[in-house]
Design a protein around this ligand. Sequence first.
Ligand code: HEM
Length: 138
Amino acid sequence: KEEEMAAATPTLYARLGGVDAISAVVDEFIGRVAANPDMARTFKPLLDEVGAQGASSPKLISLRNNLIDQIGEASGGPQKYKGKDMVTAHKGMNITTVEFNSLAGNLSGALDKFSVPTAEKTELLTVIASLQPMIVGK
Ligand code: HEM
């Protein structure tokens, strides 16, 4: 019967490998962003706090948790994003398209590092790209 034949496509969250895999990608992504000269302008307060407090920096811990929740929720996982909406989180930063694309490149590199397949990589980067109007130029 048709209902027995049709296998549900697993969520993007499941195909990425769940919260452990997403956390590993987020950690790699944050490392790349921290080392990216295009990000120095906007991330200076966060980088200064990490310089002073290391891994116990509250800004770093909060950003990491928010990114894991945001990607988890957006990909169909059980997480609930509890951070600011994207416009509020980036207001006053005047983020440029160049900066946005540079950050997206850091996420792409992090996904490649863990050999995330093209289909899953494209799906996640498409979700990220859809947020651009809420982030650039605010
Ligand atoms: C689609 C791409 C992006 C996503 C999904 C994203 C996501 C986030 C999230 C979840 C937060 C934390 C919000 C909160 O604390 O409530 C945040 C904060 C921030 N974002 Fe983004 N962001 C993106 C693009 C960018 C870009 C392109 C830049 C800079 C060039 C940027 C710079 C920042 C900075 C500086 C903070 C504040 C970090 C802190 O000190 O706590 N973001 N972003």
